[in-house]
Design a protein around this ligand. Structure first.
Ligand code: ATP
Ligand code: MG
Length: 422
């Protein structure tokens, strides 16, 4: 009996890994351009951290968390998202004292016990960014623009939908209006929505059922209930986006699946992934740091789902980013084999990506191996040539072959190789 992996947990195999590395490198490069620095936070946290921030009546907390008791009986949760841990770390380490505005990002796995399907896993990965300490609507526009630039640079298209959820001052009046509306459609909505319309009415708008969504097209709009400062803030966010040429549309029904959002929320949607159409989402959470016992600083962030981005990248057929080898050393004969092995370490020390065959394969098979590894050059070493201190260097793209002189000192030879082929 072989042991299989867990359902919804995926191996990322070597063939796919270069795409992941490319995505991660691109993301880092862009985040750094916007002045963000990385923070690495643990995968396990106290359960309470997520319950208090994400909210009790949310899908994540009600149904999706990997929560268990550790050996001391403490309730532990595998992080379902990155914002709460980053804010916990921000408060715990007093990062607010170091700089008024902190721009942080983190990259890593998240865990949600959902029904596994295309684009929906139980362990998935997010690129997650947070800006703490600024109220400015320019920041809202800027983080959306950053997500936009990332998509642009990796060649993906998405549409940006934005909304404002107001603040604790203006939300009650919206909740009242929504409550009256929901009273009128109780028979037509799902059990979850009926229950949540009593406990956390905003959540119903986030329901995944088409039937419920049909009902909610007639729901009141939060945008009609914003207080003056929230309305002005939202206007400035829209102006900011327009100013830097980021196209967007307003979707007043977007509430997002976490309770901590205030004011701006947004989603990046694609038409190319079927049902799992959200590739990234985020928003402002001005009360969250305070709520977790930290200073009264506003925040905004977003997370992008890496699996969904990878799936989109895989749909591009002209994409070939498999890694290349700089050099494959082909050897014929015992002396050449030993000389080749001796060179390898020095060639790698000189910065070259190099392989050779240790399985005694024929010259033809070794050439095939070089091809398979996408080697840019092949160095052909034979016993006879070796005796004359010569070898052949073949450019695999052009097929051109030139003679090279070997040196007794492998390090010296490796330097010559490096300057010849890089
Ligand atoms: P969805 O509406 O698809 O359930 P969500 O609102 O739960 O998404 P967020 O919590 O905002 O998602 O997470 C941000 C991004 O992380 C999503 O836009 C998506 O790309 C990705 N994501 C979320 N859940 C999963 C999952 N189970 N598997 C793969 N990617 C996911
Ligand atoms: Mg979800």
């Amino acid at each position: 009996m072989t042991i299989k992996g867990l359902k919804g947990f995926k191996d990322i195999l070597p063939d796919e890994v270069s795409l992941w590395q490319m995505l991660e490198q691109k993301a880092r490069s862009i985040f750094h351009r916007y002045g963000f620095t990385e923070i690495k936070v643990p995968i396990l946290e106290k359960t309470e951290l997520f319950v208090r921030t994400i909210g009790e009546n949310t899908d994540i907390v009600e149904k999706e968390m990997y929560t268990f008791e550790d050996r001391n009986g403490a309730s532990i949760t595998m992080r379902p998202e990155g914002t709460a841990p980053v804010i916990r770390a921000y408060i715990e380490n007093g990062l607010n004292v170091r700089s008024v505005v902190q721009r942080l990002y983190t990259i890593g796995p998240m865990f949600r016990h959902e029904r596994p399907q295309k684009g929906r896993l139980r362990q998935f990965h997010q690129l997650s960014v947070e800006v703490l300490g600024s109220n400015s609507p320019k920041i809202d526009a800027e983080v959306m623009a950053m997500a936009w630039l990332l998509l642009q640079e990796i060649g993906l298209m998405a549409s940006l939908e934005i909304n404002s959820l107001g603040c604790p001052k203006c939300r009650p009046s919206f909740k009242d209006a929504l409550n009256s509306f929901l009273e009128g459609c109780q028979e037509h909505i799902c059990d979850d929505c009926r229950r949540r319309s009593k406990t956390n009415p905003l959540r119903v708008l986030d329901c995944k059922s088409d039937n419920c969504q049909k009902q909610y097209t007639a729901a009141p709009s939060i945008l009609d209930h914003l207080c003056k400062p929230c309305e002005e803030h939202f206007d400035e966010v829209k102006q900011g986006l327009a100013q830097i040429d980021i196209p967007f549309s307003v979707n007043s029904f977007m509430v997002r699946g976490l309770d901590y959002y205030t004011r701006t929320t947004f989603e990046l949607i694609t038409g190319d992934l079927g049902a799992q159409s959200a590739i990234g989402a985020g928003g402002r959470y001005d009360g969250l740091v305070r709520q977790l016992g930290g200073p009264d600083v506003p925040g905004i962030g977003f997370a992008m789902g890496m699996e969904r981005l990878i799936m989109l990248l895989q749909q591009q057929d002209d994409l070939d980013i498999r890694p290349q080898l700089d050099l494959f050393v082909v050897t014929m004969g015992e002396a050449a084999y030993e000389k080749g092995f001796g060179m390898l370490q020095k060639l790698r020390g000189a910065g070259l990506k190099v392989l050779m065959d240790y399985e005694g394969r024929s010259m033809k098979k070794q050439m095939k191996q070089a091809d398979k590894n996408r080697a840019r050059y092949v160095l052909i070493l034979g016993d006879d040539e070796l005796a004359k201190k010569e070898a052949i260097l073949k450019n695999m793209a052009s097929g051109e072959q030139v003679g090279v002189t070997l040196a007794d000192d492998n390090e010296e030879f490796a330097e010559t190789m490096r300057s010849t082929i890089s």
